[in-house]
Design a protein around this ligand. Sequence first.
Ligand SMILES: C[S@@+](CC[C@H](N)C(=O)[O-])C[C@H]1O[C@@H](n2cnc3c(N)ncnc32)[C@H](O)[C@@H]1O
Length: 301
Amino acid sequence: MSADAPAPDASGLRKRIDTTKAHPARVYDVFLGGKDNYPADREAAAMALAANPRGYLTVRHNRDFMRRAVTLAAKDGVRQFLDIGTGLPTQQNVHQIAQAIAPDARVVYVDNDPVVLVHAQALLTSGPEGRTDYIEADLREPGKILEAARRSLDFDRPVTLVLAAVLHFIEDDTAYPVVRQLVDSLAPGSVVVLSNVSADLNTEQVGSITKGFKERGFAMVRRSYAQMERFVTDNGLELLDPGIVPVHRWRPEQVTDLPEARNPDPEFVAGLDELDRTRYQDINDVTDADVSVYGLVARKH
Ligand SMILES: C[S@@+](CC[C@H](N)C(=O)[O-])C[C@H]1O[C@@H](n2cnc3c(N)ncnc32)[C@H](O)[C@@H]1O
């Protein structure tokens, strides 16, 4: 779907969306201050908050890790971005981040969820020099994604492949071949941005969250440092500094925060419920024990 394409049939799409069940994109969005969530999503988010009271900082740091990595790639001259597992539009999406540096940047968003498609129009707001497109597709079908992405991206030139907080929805036997096929299609100079819930960090609390999510219908594959490393070594990528680290440790000097968290009014925040209060928490008030997602950025030669 491109900006000039007709908007998707919202009523048809909405029929495909079950708002009575928690949904990964919407639960994640609760912690980013999004408005497109339902009681079932807030219930799942509240479960996660109870199991790991400061774990929401991981969500905010994961999103900011993605922002920092995309910024780096754009500053390095990469002008094309393929963001698979886009999530709901939020305050800073890949095209806004990249086009702030390079107005001619082209971005293709991919998600398999009708919830995201309903909101995709908000992702198609490129400036006149750039371009954004949206593909409804599953990461498990990389051939289909590549074929559709070729309509707007030139795979003879570098592309930044963004796989942020999405591979943990895919089992190993599929995840490694999928990443192999995607990376194989990239030109030298391309950049891979990847994050995944960790199997090594904050294990007890993350274990109870993933159990709670599974009971609500979505499973997550936690990956160890060694499993993360395989995405790099299997594909002959060069890991950029500082390597595979908890997301808040990836170039932390460039962390930024949600605007509302910068100077919150304490009286206003005190009147909010526990869940809403989380977005006014200072993102820098984080410890290693809070964060449970690994991030890495690697380059193809
Ligand atoms: C936790 S959100 C991450 C959003 C964003 N990438 C970020 O890091 O801020 C995960 C997104 O991946 C999408 N997703 C999950 N499994 C997928 C699959 N098999 N194919 C495509 N998208 C998928 C979900 O619909 C959701 O929008």
